[in-house]
Design a binder for this molecule. Structure first.
Ligand SMILES: [Zn+2]
Ligand SMILES: [Zn+2]
Length: 352
């Protein structure tokens, strides 16, 4: 049996409310993943069992369906967020969640047209099954253009054959022209370089196609100073005054911001606007970051979870969200406005 299709996000919400009230039985605690909802964590499999109760009148036995991919994908498809207990980090790679992996750029990426894929990272690319000498083609989509890549398992004699992702010289040129300063820096085998730019791989519906963004965090500090809304939430009368940052908070804001961009990318979460696409060089790497909960409602800033509480938004949308400080719009509310006003519902006679 698989998870019944008539379980809706409403049934999931009812299950969450049930758990809030009654807790989770010891043997149903989660081992590997959590469903994240309003900053709280829930065991995905137990949530499904309970959701089935609200949809179909009985708890779904945990032996009737599997955790991991089946459960996670079901919840992801309904728009919920799943987080692994541990970020999988291996060498220069980090898997942030089912959808996103981050690669810290290094000399090999700039000068050898590719990067190694450590064993722990292979599952993200669905290349666990690749045997020695085999390869699988792949498409890297950057800025709307498609670039050929290929996963290759080397014909090594080692028991664990090395796997690599190679790209053609056209994508190598992209990296070189996007990041000239770093290209030069990596020319020499400089030992430890801090704050290196990252490649963000985001899965698409197609098994072997990935959306790529280049994350260069060099201007993060400037951006945070120019973006005022979130601080205005602290005290509405800041206008005209110099803002002093407490060093620790500033540092934390920077890190949260970086993590939010890694997780959610550089496109506006409301309207899809991409500064680089429109403004070219000038807009590269720029996006504002919105706190889903107004900061003033946090008793303690430490509870900000950049993955769930922060979202990238363009300056227009950000302004609209905060236009009336008494009634800050949710991302969904604003998105709905954008959709409605961009594509007005057609007159009756034009409908099918
Ligand atoms: Zn926007
Ligand atoms: Zn905001």
């Amino acid at each position: 049996m698989t998870i019944p299709k008539n379980i809706t996000s409403d049934s999931i919400l009812q299950a969450i409310a049930f758990i809030d009230k009654n807790g989770v039985p010891e043997r149903r605690q989660s081992v590997d993943y959590d469903l994240i909802f309003k900053q709280k964590r829930y065991p995905p499999k137990f949530v499904i069992s309970k959701a089935n109760f609200f949809a179909n009148g009985f708890d779904l036995e945990s032996s009737e369906f599997s955790g991991g991919e089946e459960t996670n994908n079901f919840l992801l498809n309904l728009g919920f967020e799943i987080e692994s207990h541990n970020l999988i980090e291996s060498y220069s790679w980090t898997i942030l969640n089912n959808q996103v992996a981050i690669k810290k750029l290094d000399k090999s990426a700039f000068y050898h047209n590719g990067t190694g894929i450590p064993v722990d990272i292979r599952s993200f690319f669905n290349i666990d099954e690749l045997t020695k000498g085999e390869s699988k083609s792949s498409i890297l989509i950057f800025n709307g253009k498609r670039y050929q890549g290929v996963f290759r398992s080397k014909r090594d004699s080692a028991p664990n054959a090395r796997t690599q992702l190679h790209w053609h010289s056209d994508f190598a040129s992209v990296l070189q022209s996007e990041l000239p300063k770093w290209y030069d820096l990596f020319r020499n085998d400089s030992a430890e370089i801090d704050n290196v730019p990252e490649l963000r791989f985001s899965r698409t519906e197609k098994d072997n196609e990935y959306l790529i963004s280049i994350l260069d965090f060099e201007n993060l500090a400037n951006d945070i100073e120019n973006e005022q809304f979130e601080n205005l939430e602290f005290s509405p009368q800041k206008e005209g005054k110099i803002q002093y940052y407490n060093g620790k908070r500033y540092e934390r804001n920077l890190n949260n911001r970086k993590m939010a961009i890694e997780t959610h990318g550089l496109r506006c979460a409301v309207c899809g606007f991409d500064f680089f696409q429109v403004y070219g060089e000038k807009g590269k790497g720029f996006i504002e970051v919105h706190h889903i909960k107004p900061l003033s409602t946090f008793q303690n800033e430490d509870v900000v979870n950049p993955k769930t509480d922060l979202l990238p938004v363009c300056s227009n949308c950000h302004r609209m969200i905060h236009r009336n400080p008494q009634q800050i719009l949710s991302i969904d509310e604003l998105r709905q406005l954008v959709i409605t006003n961009r594509n007005p519902i057609p007159d009756k006679e034009h409908r099918e």
